[in-house]
Design a protein around this ligand. Structure first.
Ligand SMILES: [Mg+2]
Length: 400
């Protein structure tokens, strides 16, 4: 039987919760993120509502720039605890429909409902029911994409936001993809977009029409991957066992840093904390990655892999230190540092199997929450804050 996959994505999630909790915000531009400090703030926009988007504000934009565009907006600091409460509710609603749920983030998931059609009705009906249940139980709206493959479901959920529902039927996939701009392609970043456009490939349809051999010759494996997606070939399943792939922490400095001593101290502290999380979760990994962002926002990663699994803070720190010393920052100051360990042993990732069936869903939801809390640096991660006046809280910790 053909697969029916739903991609569900909450609309302006954090901002929508702020509006729900503070009715006086409604109808006004709301920006959730770092403190703008009258335009001098250094963090970024986490989410903003649709009113704020009218001013050209979007997530990941520097908060200072958002402030410039709309100083009169409401700037709210993220209340992660509250968002996590909503996330739990939403994820439990997903499991009321199907056990095949792949949580992607705090407000987003893939659902495979292929096995539920007889019980719950046509895919579009299932999608409507999920949207209604989310609305009635949380007061929030979600957008849903329905398609026979993940890639298309993901694109579809984004096309009619907010409160959208886009269904792409089997056999209509190619037709649906054809006119879409190449930037909609899952995984195509700015650089690849520019590269493809330079070759005259500005829509997904144009990419699909290039002979397979030509694309392989020109762009190798990555090219083949995109070409396959463009032709509606995507056999990835909705993965229900969340396997942890990496543990990482990042720190953005208050002010860009020149001083080597401060940088080295940060590397040691980040390594320490990554190692602590690894040991706590009983993970060990083979690949250590150092991420460096310079004052001009140019970003670099340098990695080293071992044949054996490691979790020692000393090894992680000394590898990162070597990677750093072999990196030439050309006199530019450092804005952000990150340390990650990936290529993890998966034994602990499979721990879910040990829990009895009735506990499984809760375990999975807990895992999402865990991931999210690490991502946004609550409590225990906050302890990781570096000790000098240049740094602020750990920007982002991630278990992916
Ligand atoms: Mg969302």
């Amino acid at each position: 039987m053909n697969k029916v996959i739903l991609h569900i994505d909450m609309d302006a999630f954090f901002a929508a919760i702020e509006e729900l909790d503070f009715p006086e915000y409604r109808g006004k531009p709301v920006v959730v993120g770092a403190d703008p400090k009258d335009g001098k703030g250094r963090g970024v926009v986490s989410t903003c509502n649709y009113e704020a988007r009218k001013y050209g504000i979007h997530s990941a934009m520097p908060i200072s720039q958002a402030y410039k565009r709309c100083p009169s907006a409401i700037y709210a600091f993220p209340r992660m605890k509250r968002y996590v409460e909503f996330s739990k509710k939403i994820h439990s609603i997903f499991y009321e429909f199907t056990p095949k749920v792949e949580p992607i983030s705090i407000d987003e998931a893939f659902l495979d409902v292929s096995g539920c059609i007889r019980l719950l009705g046509e895919p579009v009906e299932i999608a409507k029911k999920i949207k209604q249940r989310i609305k009635s139980q949380t007061g929030l709206t979600a957008s849903v994409g329905v398609a026979p493959i993940k890639f298309v479901a993901k694109i579809a959920s984004d096309l009619d936001k907010p409160d959208g529902l886009v269904v792409v039927e089997e056999g209509k996939v190619i037709e649906f993809l054809k006119p879409l701009p190449i930037s909609k392609m899952w995984g195509v970043g700015k650089k690849t977009e520019v590269k493809l456009k330079a070759k005259g490939i500005d829509t997904i349809g144009k990419l699909a029409q290039i002979p397979r051999e030509t694309i392989v010759k020109r762009m190798g494996k990555v090219g083949l991957h995109f070409w396959s997606l463009a032709n509606g070939i995507d056999d990835r399943d909705v993965e229900i066992g969340h396997k942890v792939k990496s543990v990482s922490l990042e720190n953005t400095y208050y002010e860009d840093v020149e001083n080597e001593k401060i940088i080295e101290e940060s590397i040691r502290s980040l390594s320490d904390n990554v190692s602590r999380i690894l040991r706590k979760k009983k993970f060990r990994g083979k690949t250590i990655t150092l991420k460096i962002r310079l004052g001009d926002f140019s970003t670099f990663t340098r990695a080293h892999s071992y044949k054996s699994l490691i979790d020692s803070s000393q090894i992680i720190a000394s590898v990162c230190m070597d990677l750093y010393h072999n990196f030439d920052r050309k006199g530019k100051n450092v804005r952000l540092l990150g340390v990650a360990v990936s290529n993890l042993n998966t034994e602990s990732g499979d721990q879910l199997g040990f829990f009895d069936e009735s506990n499984r869903e809760q375990q999975k939801i807990d895992k999402v929450i865990d991931m999210v809390q690490n991502k946004f640096g609550v409590d225990k991660i906050k302890k990781a804050s570096l000790l000098n006046k240049h740094s602020r809280r750990i920007d982002e910790g991630d278990i992916t």
